[in-house]
Ligand binder design. Structure first.
Ligand code: FAD
Length: 188
């Protein structure tokens, strides 16, 4: 299986980076893995609409072609990112805006969207500090990416793992989180 990891954290010393390493190590034992590190790539998250940049051209923009090709090739997509202001980092939101374009990831039908990314599954791994009993009542925390972006684009099933709290716990507890991620990743 082709597995694409989309990683959005600016610091390679971070806990998110430790998660990325666990996932890469576990998944690469059985699958072909490509990692897209959005900060390392210097991905430009700004969606532009003007005389030179038409919305109707987004799906064939040469600047984002390599990302569309990676998504097309992937059977399984893993997102790894911290929760910032209840949602995904802006660089990842900009990636979705620019790459998951109409005509590529979906098209419009009379009622809602027709997903084009069929036959793919996904796993979203997030970190934050909000108690897990609060998350079901909170806006977003990865739920928007799962239910309002990936699923309408045809990606299913989508698993969402929220590791929390990650900052106010012992190193041992964080290592347990990493073990849990590694076990799940080995089962892909
Ligand atoms: P880091 O800060 O890199 O690390 C966390 C801890 O893990 C540190 O103690 C570090 O030493 C340790 N660590 C690092 N590597 C390892 C390793 N290999 N093994 C064990 N331990 C390790 N949180 C919310 O709940 N809701 C919000 O709305 C929210 N908004 C935010 C907005 C902004 C702009 C920012 C910056 C933070 C926000 N947060 C929020 C908190 C954010 O979600 C956490 O800071 C983030 O998830 C922590 O992940 P990290 O990879 O950056 O951790």
């Amino acid at each position: 299986m082709n597995v694409l990891i989309i990683y959005a954290h600016p610091n390679h010393e971070s806990f998110n980076y430790a998660i990325l390493r666990q996932v890469q190590n576990a998944v690469s034992k059985a699958h072909s893995v490509t990692t897209l590190d959005l900060y390392e790539q210097g991905f430009d998250p700004m969606l532009r609409f003007d005389e030179q940049h038409k919305r109707s051209d987004l799906a064939k923009n040469p600047e984002t072609e390599k990302y569309r090709n990676l998504i097309s090739k992937a059977n399984h997509i893993i997102f790894i990112f911290p929760i910032w202001w209840s949602g995904m980092p802006a660089i990842l939101k900009g990636f979705i805006d620019r790459v998951f374009a109409a005509g590529f990831a979906y098209s419009y039908k009379k009622t809602g969207l027709k997903g084009h990314l069929l036959g793919k599954s996904a796993w979203i791994i997030t970190t934050h500090n909000t108690p897990s009993f609060v998350v079901p009542f909170a806006e977003d925390y990865g739920k928007v990416l799962k239910n309002q972006i990936l699923k309408p684009c045809g990606i299913s099933p989508v698993k969402l793992t929220g590791l929390t709290p990650v900052e106010k716990i012992s190193d041992e507890r964080r290592r347990e989180f990493l073990d849990k991620i590694s076990k799940t990743a080995s089962g892909i």
